[in-house]
Write a new protein. Structure first.
Length: 256
């Protein structure tokens, strides 16, 4: 199915919006922007904005975070049209994650369209996040697999994560995983650990190509970080390159 056909099937508003943006901008590229200053963060977002469907953040790595940054980020979101995914990887009991999601310095629920969580604590983590996120029209991705070497999220853990998602279809929009996990098209699959030039970093990250991820493994969205903004890179040229390779792989998959 095409992204636009998929978009019409989602009941969750965020999942629908994501695929509408993908189709409209013709990009299945999400940028993982792991820089540590506001200036770099905003400059790169503004440069790469036209080529991405989603901006993935780690808001707690910014050394000079303030509320103004969120306002500036929202302006760039309106300018370029992308969803914001805070890769917070919640991992605690429902009551705790509820506060971590909505309170503290970052107030993630106020600006992040998408968040993610480990399934490790059991269904309560989803219920806690849902209490905050569902009324705000947000969506949750469950971490069914990880890209790092030696990840324990495999086999029966991955299967149980898929089952958990199916019990919370109103709020769980999909998975972080290396491949499409279900035959049906009810969930979004987003895949990190994507790179064209290197196969690993020195700390356990493992890279696969967009073609492998989208065409061979049936994922929906490629998440690329240092492949785009790494040292000495022309971020616009790299974003275009990943967008093109990711989109060509999709077109090949649907037989276009
Ligand atoms: P990279 O620079 O393309 O390696 O960045 C990958 C990003 O995706 C980074 O923000 C990680 O925190 C994130 N990530 C990942 O690499 N692998 C995973 O399994 C998950 C998230 Br979940």
């Amino acid at each position: 199915m095409t992204y636009s056909e998929r978009a019409t099937k989602f009941t969750n508003k965020v999942a629908r919006e994501l695929f509408e943006i993908v189709e409209r901008k013709k990009t299945n590229l999400a940028l993982a922007l792991d820089v540590t200053t506001k200036q770099e963060f905003l400059n790169i977002t503004d440069s790469v904005g036209p080529y991405i469907c989603c901006l993935k953040t780690h808001i707690d790595i910014l050394v000079d975070f303030d509320d103004e940054l969120i306002e500036q980020l929202k302006r760039l979101q309106a300018k370029h049209s992308f969803l914001i995914f805070e890769d917070r990887k919640f991992a605690d009991i429902g009551n705790t994650v509820k506060h971590q999601y909505s309170q503290g310095i970052y107030k993630i629920s106020e600006w992040a369209d998408i968040i993610d969580a480990h399934s490790l604590p059991g269904d309560g983590i989803v219920s806690g996040l849902k209490e905050v996120g569902l009324p705000l029209g947000r969506g949750l991705l469950l971490l069914a697999e990880m890209s790092s070497k030696g990840s324990l999220a495999t086999g029966s853990y991955t299967d149980a994560t898929v089952e958990m998602a199916q019990r919370h279809k109103d709020f769980v929009i999909g998975f972080i995983a290396g491949r499409k996990l279900l035959m049906n098209d009810d969930f979004v699959t987003m895949t990190p650990g994507v790179g064209l030039d290197v196969t690993k970093d020195g700390l356990g990250q493992q890279y696969r190509t967009p073609r492998d991820v989208i065409l061979e493994s049936g994922s929906d969205i490629i998440i690329v970080g240092r492949g785009i903004y790494g040292s000495g890179k022309d971020v616009i040229a790299e974003a275009r390159r990943y967008r093109d390779v990711g989109w060509n792989a999709y077109e090949e998959r649907i037989g276009k």
